[in-house]
Design a protein around this ligand. Structure first.
Ligand code: UTP
Length: 289
């Protein structure tokens, strides 16, 4: 079955980015000239998806407004003869069909995804975390959809991390079936040091079979009192089988200070308007270190 829908949970509190995220959603923080969430929605669009389901919460209206049509702004830009800018703003509001669902309490990523069940229905779907950016030639989601066409089962995107950092991630263990593809045997959320030999960490891109919704319904709160997605993923992999895909590209955790700054640098060095000047500036700064 074709993957048509993408769920993007953005209802988290963003405590790692306080105070910046106190009144502004962390997904709206700027990477060069657009908010993080716009890059994520653009990845979805470039991957051929038809609908985005945002899981939002109180205080996240700026995200919905960003993808809406702003009549007042459009009128002013036209009056000021800034036609190109007006077109660009209209383009953002026409990117893709967006539906939003409220998660009333931040009960965890698993719970946020479960909130999408009525809109997704009985079909496989994508999940992208609203603060996880991937820079790649071919969009990460597109790479995963290509693999899905072949395996027709759930897929989690993974990246290799240093062994002494595995405790920060959900870790996948399994059998390598070919270059970049692992058949999942086991998954563990934030394993204590020394309890896994795998260095394959799950990042914020998933293709899930709709069976996940029934599993999430009965998943009890885990780590941190939240309904963890990893617990439900393990149950899903036992029930139907699951693949892990080592995507081609670089991932940035833009919900974390260092990850965010790295993303700003990487995207700025690729931005046609500023890449040359910015690269010169970075060379200057590096020379002073
Ligand atoms: P994170 O753990 O990175 O986000 O969740 P957080 O909870 O907002 O951030 P910190 O850790 O307090 O700084 C990953 C994604 O899942 C969403 C977040 O918005 C983020 O995009 N999420 C998390 C929800 O939508 N609901 C939740 O209950 C938890």
């Amino acid at each position: 079955m074709k993957i048509r829908k993408a769920v993007i949970p953005v209802a988290g509190l963003g405590t790692r980015f306080l105070p910046a995220s106190k009144a502004i959603p962390k997904e709206m923080l700027t990477i060069v000239d657009r908010p993080t969430i716009q890059y994520i929605v653009e990845e979805v669009v470039a991957s051929g998806i038809e609908q985005v389901i945002l899981i939002t919460s109180e205080g996240k209206a700026a995200i919905e407004n960003h993808f809406d049509y702003n009549f007042h702004l459009d009128k002013i830009l036209i009056e000021k003869k800034k036609t190109k800018l007006a077109e660009e703003m209209r383009h953002i509001s026409n990117l893709i069909d967006i539906v939003s669902v409220r998660q009333k309490k931040p009960l965890g990523l698993g719970h946020a995804i479960w909130m999408a069940r009525h809109v997704v229905g009985n079909e496989p779907f994508l999940v992208l975390l609203g603060d996880d950016l991937v820079l790649s030639e071919q969009p990460c989601c597109k790479q995963m959809i290509n693999l899905y066409r072949e395996v027709q089962e759930s897929i989690v995107a993974i990246q290799q991390v240093p062994l002494d950092q595995t405790y920060q991630y959900g870790i996948v263990e399994g059998r390598k079936v070919r270059d970049r593809v692992i058949k999942v045997d086991r998954m563990v959320e934030k394993p204590a040091p020394g309890t896994t030999r795998s260095d394959m960490a799950i990042i914020g891109r998933y293709i899930l079979q709709p069976d996940i919704f029934n599993i999430l319904e009965t998943t009890t709160p885990g780590h941190g009192g939240e309904i963890q997605l990893t617990d439900a993923l393990l149950a899903l992999s036992n029930k139907r089988g699951m693949y892990a895909y080592q995507f081609d590209g670089t991932r940035f955790d833009a919900g974390d200070k260092i990850g965010y700054l790295k993303a700003v640098i990487a995207f700025a060095l690729r931005h046609p308007d500023i890449c040359v000047d910015f690269s010169d500036y970075l060379k200057d700064v590096a020379g002073q270190l």
